[in-house]
Design a binder for this molecule. Structure first.
Ligand SMILES: Cc1ncc(C[n+]2csc(CCO)c2C)c(N)n1
Length: 216
């Protein structure tokens, strides 16, 4: 059994809830209120700006130049995705550039920044994996079942392409290779980081659906 199969089984209850979350169900049906989509896009733009740094830092801890290159390309891609959001959705939906990070976005981005900076390369790779893998799974799920026409079609297409699938496969292969060479303690830490980041993916969607605000 591959290590990533074990990870998938460990976080399956979290994934199941992400797939069933009203944000994703309504996005798929095209019925998601536009306010919630706008909130999500603004938060995702803030997320991507920090996520790209976490990817780049993780790359500096890689053991091979190929993996450094992979992570730098992921980081570059995250910045390009963020720019594309600005070019399209920010203009189309008149999204507020001033709104700061909601608690869910803050928790997720800072977890990834801290993990990539202070934990081992192995643990950082496991923490970054849900971002790729869960988006691929949710993206495929929505793409196959979407109601057409759908006002969120462009967003739905973003994670359905072949080049994104290749990136996800690279991240999975790296995680498996590292786990094969890691101690049992490190593998446990990797599993914990993977589950935590998966829970934070859930929190991120839930935050958008609830238009989450700081309570104070
Ligand atoms: C909260 C949140 N989590 C994951 C993604 C997905 N994602 C964004 S950039 C990228 C690949 C970078 O090379 C991936 C997989 C997202 N957009 N927002």
């Amino acid at each position: 059994m591959k290590f990533t199969d074990h990870l998938w089984a460990e976080a399956l209850p979290v994934y199941t809830k992400i797939q069933a979350h009203p944000f994703n169900q309504e996005l798929m049906a095209g019925t998601l209120p536009v306010e919630k989509f706008k909130f999500y896009i603004r938060q995702d733009s803030l997320y991507l700006a920090e996520f790209s740094k976490a990817l780049a830092v993780t790359g500096t801890h890689a053991g091979t130049s190929q993996e450094l290159l992979d992570f730098l390309q992921f980081a570059q891609n995250a910045i390009l995705v963020e720019r594309a959001l600005h070019e399209s959705y920010f203009k189309e939906y008149h999204i507020d550039h001033q709104a700061g990070m909601a608690p869910g976005c803050f928790a997720y981005t800072h977890y990834l920044l801290a993990t990539s900076t202070f934990e081992s390369y192995e643990v950082a790779v496991a923490a970054l994996l849900p971002c790729f893998w869960i988006y691929k799974k949710v993206g495929d799920y929505i793409y196959q079942r979407q109601t057409k026409p759908n006002p969120y079609q462009n967003w739905i297409n973003t994670y359905a392409g072949e080049s994104f699938a290749n990136s996800v496969q690279k991240a999975l292969n790296t995680c498996d290779r590292l786990a094969d060479q890691a101690s049992e303690i490190t593998r446990k830490q990797m599993t914990e980081a993977y589950v935590t980041a998966s829970r934070l993916e859930y929190v991120f969607w839930d935050s958008a659906y609830k238009l989450e605000k700081w309570p104070v």
